[in-house]
Design a protein around this ligand. Structure first.
Ligand code: HEM
Length: 401
């Protein structure tokens, strides 16, 4: 594969260059299996959900100012003090979880970076997660410094949802290949799902306005300012949007059946329907019970699961070929090809097909994966955009997961 082809498919073979950065040093010593990269992506996604729920626990236990400043916990202490009580422990504990989240994202970046073949698509997504986490850590600090301003609190939640978006895309992409995207359904269904995704995003934004105008904005004390909306009205708008999303998801479910879509998209649409119905029931129950904190927390978890299901549905409408499997030398070192380094020093020159590369050259092309799309055929498409004609519906290994 020449340098141009490498730029095309985003895969970077390991090079025998001298390691200079910590990641390059690690790369020289560790070649994780694709399975490890997939697990790392899933761990980062789970952690991004956990941080939303624990952030909710801070708000719902009235611990938002448990540490009264940022980046220190108090004027005189980096960590919580006995005077800050349980609220300090809860708020400071949530701050510490940011490090666990960062470690999970770091693990994904490292695994994607050191895998063979290295997939640029995944390393970029990993770094995108890292920068969203950094921005949200700062926004979390601004939340404290502004005395839990509801607009900042809402922004903090929405940025956490953005992290969940990138983490979900990373997980989906780690489980599929890098072929040009091939649509699995026709344009009308793809447009409908893109519309449903936009509507769900609007529903989530409206939810933050319900929170910001209600009794749990920032925390439940009278001192915290609220968004200037009538709570009943904004809750009504939120509920109407929820109904619109449920009906939209139902229409997509029926539409996918009518066009005889592959099992993957249909399974994703069913999952979204189930999560939406559960979330709707929780929403009504918490409304009629005047917002018990535990239910509000579960509603926040439901919001993250709803969004994950929506993003997965969106991405299930196209396929990009099977995910790369472990190179032969990773699974059975004794059977590896002659060009493969026996030491695992990161200088291995064998692709996942087991075809060795000549010394000093890039690894050879993977048959059927590296050829650029033929003009006029299967134009790369992302869901929600026109991507050429939809081919006959065909179940694939990746789409039914
Ligand atoms: C079915 C999909 C639904 C989704 C995805 C959703 C999502 C959300 C989100 C993201 C929030 C803001 C969380 C926060 O800022 O911390 C929220 C708050 C809220 N939602 Fe929903 N919601 C849904 C359905 C409903 C329904 C049907 C109701 C019924 C009225 C409802 C009632 C509420 C209430 C009362 C709040 C404010 C909770 C608080 O004080 O923090 N939701 N929702």
């Amino acid at each position: 594969m020449n340098a141009q082809a490498a730029a095309y498919d985003g895969r970077v073979p390991k090079k025998p260059s001298a390691p200079r950065t910590p990641l390059a040093l690690l790369d020289a010593r560790w070649t994780p299996r694709p399975e490890t990269v997939r697990r790392a992506a899933l761990i980062a996604l789970v952690m991004s959900v956990v941080i939303v729920v624990t952030g909710g626990a801070v708000r719902l236990t009235g611990s938002g100012l448990g540490c009264d400043t940022w980046p220190k916990c108090t004027e005189d202490s980096l960590v919580t003090t006995p005077e800050m009580g349980l609220h300090g422990v809860i708020e400071f504990g949530n701050r510490m979880l940011t490090y666990v989240l960062s470690a999970a994202v770091g693990f994904f970046i490292a695994a994607a970076r050191c895998a063979a073949p290295r997939r640029r698509s995944l390393t970029r997504l990993g770094w995108a997660q890292f920068w969203v986490v950094m921005c949200n850590a700062v926004l979390g600090g601004i939340t404290v410094l502004t005395g839990l301003n509801p607009w900042v609190v809402a922004g903090h939640f929405l940025l956490a949802t953005a992290l969940i978006t990138v983490a979900t895309v990373s997980w989906v992409r780690a489980r599929e290949g890098d072929d040009a995207p091939r649509p699995l359904v026709g344009t009308p269904v793809r447009r409908a799902v893109a519309g449903l995704t936009a509507l769900t995003a609007a529903l989530i934004v409206a939810g933050t306005a319900v929170t910001g105008s209600g009794k749990h904005a920032g925390d439940n004390s009278e001192d915290i300012i609220r968004m200037p909306f009538d709570w009943e009205t904004v809750t009504g708008v939120h509920a109407v949007l929820a109904w619109a999303v449920v009906l939209g998801a139902l229409a997509v479910l029926v539409g996918l059946r009518l066009v005889d879509a592959p099992p993957g998209p249909r399974a994703r649409a069913r999952e979204l329907m189930v999560v939406l119905l559960a979330q709707g029931v929780i929403g009504y129950v918490q409304y009629f019970l005047e917002e018990p904190p535990l239910l509000v927390g579960i509603h926040m978890l439901g919001s993250t699961l709803t969004w994950i299901a929506t993003v997965r549905l969106l991405f299930s409408l196209r396929e990009r070929g099977p995910a790369p499997e472990a190179a032969p030398e990773e699974t059975a070192p004794e059977e590896s090809a002659p060009a493969t380094s026996a030491t695992g020093t990161g200088q291995d020159r064998t692709t996942e097909t087991g075809i060795p590369a000549a010394p000093g050259q890039d690894a050879p092309a993977v048959p059927g994966q590296d050829a650029p799309a033929v003009p006029g055929q299967d134009a790369p498409a992302v869901p929600g955009q026109d991507g050429g004609p939809a081919p006959a519906a065909q179940p694939t290994g990746t789409s039914s997961r």
